[in-house]
Design a protein around this ligand. Sequence first.
Ligand code: C5P
Length: 219
Amino acid sequence: LRDGPLLGRRILVTSGPTHEPIDPVRYIANRSSGTQGTAIAEALMSLGAEVVFVTGPADAPRPIGAEVVEVETARQMAAAVDAALPCDAAVFCAAVADWHVVDAGDSKIKKDAAGTLPSFALAENPDILATVSQGDKRPALVVGFAAETDDVIANATAKRLRKGCDWIVANDVSPATGIMGGAQNAAVLISADGADPWPLMSKADTAHKLATRIAEALQ
Ligand code: C5P
């Protein structure tokens, strides 16, 4: 049974990668296990929230009890997010591919005996976080993520302003940290008040800390 400070709140969470087809058997994607997104959805529900979970093809199990919407591409994710609004808060955890292949066909591209390489044109995907942050169905609280390998705080602070969201949860994902696909996360919460670095903790604990902050902000 649902109870807690987020009871009666409807919160959108995006999670996982998106896959952008090149042809029916190949795609472009970002690395994302979906672990952090699932943990955030579960933490929000544990505080009483109703969660709409829009996910790309992620490995992580889907959060039990959420309204799960499965998508493949960024354009499908954008449409699913728009359909899920209005919400009280939105957490954009997905690692959305920045580009899609123009006119990805229904036939597999054949390897050419002469060694001629295929070429394809890319087009930009919609920036879902920026669109929602600046749109007329903007939730009261919009949280983005930033996976950075350098100058984490400076880049994430600039990203918060550029996208128009309220908070950015920034992670250092340089390979040495082992955060990508791992069980732990070291996050910095960037808000209008500045940068709040969190200690290294499990993705579940990161999710609970974020959910608690969201509950406080929506009070
Ligand atoms: O610009 P960048 O991809 O680093 O921004 C990351 C944040 O923006 C994440 O919260 C991600 O979910 C969101 N995003 C999005 N749509 C995109 C690209 C990123 O919602 N096309």
